[in-house]
Design a binder for this molecule. Structure first.
Ligand SMILES: [Zn+2]
Length: 319
């Protein structure tokens, strides 16, 4: 008796082969079909899945500008070591006289120049005539001359400055002066070619002990809150002011390290330097710009005073 079960082995294999080809065709076909549907928007579910990564990519990160004032100084080396260990970009606003101060300050100045992670900007030459803020800012041409001296002597590559003791902003996008008496000096700096960067948040310290008042975690919480509530000068950008000298203390260095770790752990944040700030012109101060002001204002402040004072270390009362 002959039945289908008795068909020759070759025919049986032929049927299996046809069945296998069909299964492979169906399973291979299903994947590209899903992609085509999702990109043409025929399936809501597929569209969401396909476009989510693209939307995530487009979301700009919030920029944190860590800025350190008054170096080269005690504490600068500790800051620099932490920055290198964490491999993040930061900005130092330098006091020109400090780069020519003690032997230790000169060595620190060399280290700052050698690091590719740091941007070096101008915090005047004498730190407002060693914290004589009112007198200093009453003579706008002399203020410009003091900044020019740092640009010239330190051979700074950019025209970004920060006023000692005053939270002044002069970039294309922001014009802000915290003290009306410094407005003329701020305008003169801007007209002389400087972009002036103030700060959104200061990491305060006790001026008697030079110790930080808040912990790294407290600062990180403040930063989160300011950015979340759009309470910075530019939404999505936060400039933190800190002072090198504070971090000569080992415990405060640990707190700085903790702050950086906290900020790094937040995928919404990235670190940036002053020249990345919106509205900064990215222009350097040229020799002709330097000469224009220096010749006019040098008589206001005799050079020998500056030379005599170069070994002094500024204790930053504010700014
Ligand atoms: Zn300062």
């Amino acid at each position: 008796m002959s039945t289908n079960h008795d068909e020759p082995p070759a025919a049986k294999y032929y049927h299996y082969l046809c069945l296998l080809t069909f299964v492979v065709f169906v399973s291979c076909d299903s994947t590209p079909k899903t992609i085509v549907e999702s990109t043409t928007g025929t399936s809501k579910t597929d569209t969401a899945v396909a476009t989510a990564p693209a939307a995530e990519k487009k979301k700009p990160k919030k920029k944190i500008y860590l800025t350190f004032d008054d170096g080269p100084n005690k504490g600068t080396d500790n800051v620099l070591n932490i920055v290198k260990e964490e491999n993040i970009p930061v900005t130092f606003f330098l006091v020109g006289a400090h780069a020519f101060g003690s032997k230790a300050q000169q060595v620190t100045w060399d280290s700052l120049q050698a690091s590719k992670l740091v941007e070096l900007c101008n915090h005047s030459f004498t730190h407002a005539w060693y914290n004589s803020y009112n007198k200093f800012y009453s003579l706008p041409d002399s203020v410009v001359s003091d900044f020019h001296k740092t640009t010239n002597r330190l051979q700074l590559k950019n025209g970004i400055g920060r006023t000692p003791g005053r939270n002044i902003w002069r970039v294309d996008s922001i014009q802000f002066t915290d003290n009306a008496k410094t407005k003329a000096a701020a305008d003169s700096l801007y007209n002389a070619g400087y972009d002036m960067l103030g700060w959104d948040l200061e990491w305060h310290f006790n001026p008697k002990t030079m110790r930080a008042i808040k912990s790294g975690d407290d600062l990180a919480n403040q930063i989160d809150s300011l950015l979340l509530k759009n309470k910075t000068k530019q939404p999505g950008n936060l400039v933190l002011l800190a002072h090198d000298q504070v971090y000569k203390n080992a415990e405060d260095s640990l707190q700085l390290h903790q702050l950086i770790r906290r900020l790094k752990a937040n995928s919404e944040y990235e670190f940036a330097v002053a020249s990345n700030y919106p509205g900064v012109k990215k222009k350097s101060i040229t020799d002709s710009m330097l000469r224009r002001n220096m010749s006019k204002s040098d008589s206001l402040r005799k050079n020998n005073t500056i030379n005599k004072d170069t070994n002094r270390v500024v204790k930053p009362a504010i700014g």
